[in-house]
Design a protein around this ligand. Structure first.
Ligand SMILES: NC(=O)c1ccc[n+]([C@@H]2O[C@H](COP(=O)([O-])OP(=O)(O)OC[C@H]3O[C@@H](n4cnc5c(N)ncnc54)[C@H](OP(=O)(O)O)[C@@H]3O)[C@@H](O)[C@H]2O)c1
Length: 267
């Protein structure tokens, strides 16, 4: 494992991935290493990041840097920003979490932390990455939103953070048109990761057909990225669902979305 970013080889592009210790972030790490990237891996759990790095090195010969950071802390976000400013070709803002319980009963600190990880960190990291990419050979930023951010009804603060991510990414991508730097938004449905268990969201009523594996989601996202598509909604069932629900009158759409997503338990 590389001790510092400065050791990363210059002959391979570099991808920085937040949330790389688990789920979609770990799947991005594996796939981007396979595609020839060196990696900078960011999350809180240094042990799990080291394991992801070891696999990427063994399987794909990637040079990896582990950068443990708690993205609720401004000082840790600064560390990550400084690494991005040294130059990255690909940025995945994958770290994120949701919370269970009523908005009005939750501790404000938890809500602020959710905002920091889901919104503040992607904004800061995208800002640093785009500036650096525009000064260099261009690059790609993938921001993790969710199907939850497409139609109101599945909770409040988490869904709002994901709607922010979508508007932010698509708006910024328009502004970057023709520059060689793209910012895209990934909106997965239900993915088999630790997300729901960590959030305490009961998904027992979600039928098997809705679930996707992280590797499939990442493959479809990167296929969309390669085609220059700024919006990725992986999975036929998710595409049909969103197309159908978007055509319903808004109150009915929200009701369907709320029932499917067990929204009563989500903030
Ligand atoms: N799974 C789904 O069904 C689904 C659907 C739509 C969108 N998403 C979005 O996909 C993204 C990835 O989630 P996932 O499904 O892969 O869930 P996951 O398995 O729980 O992974 C979440 C990642 O975020 C990191 N993280 C959480 N809090 C952090 C903090 N304070 N500082 C730094 N890193 C932090 C975690 O690492 P540490 O614990 O090591 O810090 C972990 O690597 C999230 O943005 C989520 O909102 C997920």
């Amino acid at each position: 494992m590389a001790d510092s970013a400065a050791e990363a080889r210059r002959d391979r592009p570099c991808a920085l991935i937040t949330g790389a210790s688990s789920g979609l972030g770990a799947a991005f790490a594996d796939r981007l290493a396979r595609d020839g990237h060196d990696l900078v891996l960011v999350a809180r759990d240094a042990g799990r990041l080291a394991e992801v790095a070891r696999r990427a090195e063994e399987r794909h010969g990637a040079r990896c840097t582990v950068l443990p950071a708690d993205l609720t802390a401004a000082a840790d976000r600064r560390k990550v920003t400084e690494r991005i400013e040294e130059g990255v070709d690909f940025l995945v803002n994958g770290a994120g979490f949701g919370v269970s319980g009523s908005f009005w009963q939750l501790d404000r600190k938890v809500l602020e932390e959710q905002l920091a990880v889901n919104v503040t960190a992607p904004q800061e990291f995208t800002h640093a990455a785009v500036r650096t990419m525009l000064d260099g050979a261009g690059g790609t930023v993938v921001n993790l939103s969710s199907i939850t951010g497409l139609i109101p009804g599945r909770g409040s603060t988490y869904a709002a953070s994901k709607a922010w991510t979508r508007y932010f990414s698509l708006g910024l991508n328009e502004a970057l048109r023709g520059t060689g730097t793209q910012v895209m938004v990934l909106c997965p449905g239900f993915v088999r990761t630790e997300f729901h268990a960590r959030a305490g969201i009961d998904v027992r009523q979600v039928s098997e057909g809705w679930w996707m594996d992280p590797d499939d989601v990442v493959d479809r996202c990167l296929a969309d990225a390669a085609r220059g598509r700024p919006f990725s909604l992986p999975g036929l069932r998710n595409k049909v669902f969103i197309a159908a629900v978007s055509r319903l009158p808004r109150p009915l759409a929200q009701r369907v979305n709320r029932m499917l997503g067990n929204a009563g338990a989500r903030a």
